[in-house]
Design a protein around this ligand. Sequence first.
Ligand code: 5AD
Length: 437
Amino acid sequence: MNEADALRAAALLESAGLRPVAQAREASLLLLNTCVVRQQAEDKAYGRLRHVAELKQHNPDCVVALMGCLVGRIPQEHAALRERFPDVDLFLPPSDLEPLQQFLREQGVAILSDASAEGCLPPPLPDSQTGRTVVAHVPIVLGCSHACTYCVIPYRRGGETSRPSTDILAEVTALADRGVREVILLGQIVDRYGLDRPGEILLPDLLRRVAAIPGIARVRFLTSHPRWVTDDLIAAVATTPKLCPYFEVPVQAGSDAILQAMRRGYSVADYETLIDKIRAAIPDAGLSTDIIVGFPGETDAQFEATLALMARLDPDMIRIAKYSPRPLTWSARHLPDDIPETEKERRRVALEVALRQRLTRKHAPCTGQTVEILVERIEKNGRRYGRTPDYKPVFVDDSDAQPGDVIRARITWAGPFSFIAEPAVVPTAAWSLDIEY
Ligand code: 5AD
């Protein structure tokens, strides 16, 4: 979501005639997007802000815009931020470019876009000179109204709001016209798309309609919440070839007691039943999940249960985070952050090592197999980079393929987190004519 927000901001600036520069100190406008989902991310933003203060001493005319979850959506908080960061000229809430548009208008800058979107998110604009955009992220649900006890997102991004499907379909059509081949529809709980909007279509129908837009070769959606993945959604993915067989469904923990303390609204058994159902309908589905280690009170045995669950589920990727108490959240207010940092780190590493070993084994038989890849870019060494339908990154040697092409490639090396491949030899018509009659 942050990547999507940042790219939209970049597109807006380009449409206003600004161009990217190589060095921050050459910039006349500096935009800093921020994440506060964990303390580490927040600290990184403070580090960058200190750097900005130095830059501003050398270049006092540089306009500094601070964007994202550090800013939040509560206007009263902005006064405090202004005092705390005197070098910042503009404050932009997450997914909301209106303050930047207003600033550009005040400067007399003509903007190509018509800011038609409700509340925030102007439509995307022409590409930068950096190359063709093959994959685009499209936010479809903004904010979140779930109250997972550890999570700060509802407090920073505000309540759940689905965008009108007409806006989304118009946006994807415009993206396809510019050469985008894959769209990734985004929401904190993407499966809840449309539920807050009476009369709106729901996610499965939206996906089918997006997949039908000419030029679009692949469609994905993330992130799912285990409680909201419906049979209809699974059926849509199973029966619509352009909907990629890939699910991002965070489980967060492998212990029912911890899931309850997190207020996730499902049990470990519920989660396993869901994944079984997905795999029964879509045998080649890729699965990615998120885990938080060191939630307050998590015992060794409860962590072992998470490790055991990962071994049973065999996901294709795990995003592992160490619990970090966040202001205003229920867990930060009511539960002591009682797992020592060294123990959190031990658990994180244990999960990561187990994941690497498991994926190394799981991928070994992939060598020699042929996969379909949407080429996203050409690497400096000439290799083509792209992903398989189930979202595995692949580097293809010696190919004439251009970004945007869908190619077939034979895997020559399979690592835990990426593959190397060569162009697959496709039988040609000339070859079939060689057959003797
Ligand atoms: N501490 C650690 N990890 C967190 N996440 C969300 N909030 C916290 C927190 N307070 C993780 C969850 C979520 C991902 C985006 O970030 O795993 O799925």
